[in-house]
Design a binder for this molecule. Structure first.
Ligand code: ADP
Ligand code: GN1
Ligand code: MG
Length: 352
């Protein structure tokens, strides 16, 4: 690790470097130097990101665009350059490394402490969406092609069932059936995109609550992080992914499914923070938001289960059945959202 650390322009000399955070994708470390400065060091996952140099160009462009918008430097991520002046370092094994300034005075949450937290995160993601409206979309690479193309995800899922790489298909027949039964409904947004009813915008694409940092003092959402999937997408998925994670009454990997449901009051609160923060949404986009919540949750169920079938190659896991537990909570949430869907639609309709 010392050799990696020696490549970046830190303020002071690193005195510690420890694993950090709850992300499922990159390997994240907290670095502290002898001047007391703190940094986030990350090794990118090349299982997930096939073209890390393109990804880093996106991140460099987006962070520099956003930092011009705020007076408080803590409102946006800042890359720390290498001693050669680059935004990332490639080591002898071909691994990609980057460093961000640590956003000081911030907290990262796994579930909202109060509805107010959730409203704040909604306003921050809405504001992020609105801020990127002026970003030149032609400068962005697609870091994961077809990331939220649900029909394509179903194709991959069926191929994974066919391969049965980890020999686990028989064990999860019920979960597979639940997901396959919903294939047609899951294409709703992709077909509206293809029919020109819904527009592409520059979206975040991974709007979990733990991808926003809160101000420790004011409690307000401070900084949107995890910019690896900023690329053209549907606003409904940004909205929906926040609901899937933050409006759940249980953790994403909760084993006791009786604890997992979608809190309709938190859904209402999120709408209240997000929709007014995105004033350019069309009526069709507002109508698409509940579908975004249901479909992205189903997509996550599919992706977690697919990784379980593939032998846990994509997401980081802390126990052998971790991906299966995650898939089950997502199925439970979809089931619950189906019973609340008319109410979800009515809540959104009121903003039109
Ligand atoms: P992953 O793609 O694996 O989810 P993230 O970029 O989201 O990786 O980082 C993982 C965690 O590290 C975040 O959830 C957050 O807790 C923490 N983190 C990342 N960047 C910063 C930062 N600049 N300042 C403070 N904490 C950060
Ligand atoms: C991953 O990187 P992280 O942990 O914030 C994943 C998301 C999933 C999420 C499920 C690039 O997000 O798409 O919805 O896990 N990110 C990528 O928790 O695949
Ligand atoms: Mg993350």
């Amino acid at each position: 690790m010392n050799s990696i650390l020696s490549k970046f322009c830190f303020d002071g000399n690193p005195i510690s470097c420890e694993k950090y955070g709850h992300g499922h994708i990159n390997h994240t470390y907290l670095v502290v130097t002898d001047t007391g400065r703190r940094y986030i060091l990350q090794r990118l996952s090349q299982v997930v990101f096939k073209d890390p140099a393109d990804l880093m160009s996106n991140v460099a462009a987006v962070t520099s665009f956003l930092s011009g918008k705020y007076d408080d430097p803590r409102r946006s991520l800042h890359l720390v350059p290498t001693i050669g002046g680059e935004s990332w370092h490639v080591d002898d094994d071909g691994e990609y490394w980057r460093v961000y300034d640590f956003v000081e005075g911030s907290t990262c949450l796994q579930l909202p402490r109060s509805p107010e937290d959730f409203r704040n995160s909604a306003a921050a993601f809405g504001d992020f969406q609105a801020s990127l409206a002026g970003f030149p979309v032609e400068d962005l690479c697609e870091t994961i092609p077809n990331f939220h193309n649900t029909p394509k995800r179903y194709e991959q899922f069926k191929a994974s069932i066919e391969r049965n790489a980890a020999g686990r298909v028989d064990e999860v027949k019920e979960e597979i059936a639940f997901i396959l039964d919903r294939e047609e409904a899951a294409s709703h947004l992709q077909s509206r995109l293809e029919n020109g009813i819904l527009p592409l915008r520059v979206t975040h694409n991974d709007t979990k609550l733990n991808n926003v940092l809160f101000d420790e003092v004011t409690g307000e959402a401070l900084c949107i992080i995890d910019l690896d999937t900023v690329m053209p997408g549907l606003v409904a998925y940004d909205f929906g992914d926040s609901i899937r994670f933050g409006a759940s009454t249980g953790a994403e990997d909760e084993k006791d499914l009786s604890k997992v449901s979608m809190d309709i009051e938190l859904f209402r609160v999120y709408c209240d923070g997000f929709i007014p923060a995105c004033p350019s949404l069309s009526p069709e986009e507002i109508r698409s938001l509940p579908y975004g919540a249901k479909i992205i949750t189903l997509e996550n169920a599919l992706r977690f289960l697919m990784d379980y079938l593939d032998g846990d190659v994509y997401y980081q896991i802390a126990r052998p059945e971790h991906n299966l537990d995650r898939a089950r909570t997502q199925c439970k949430l979809v089931y619950d959202m189906e019973s609340k869907f008319d109410e979800m639609k009515a809540i959104c309709e009121a903003y039109i």
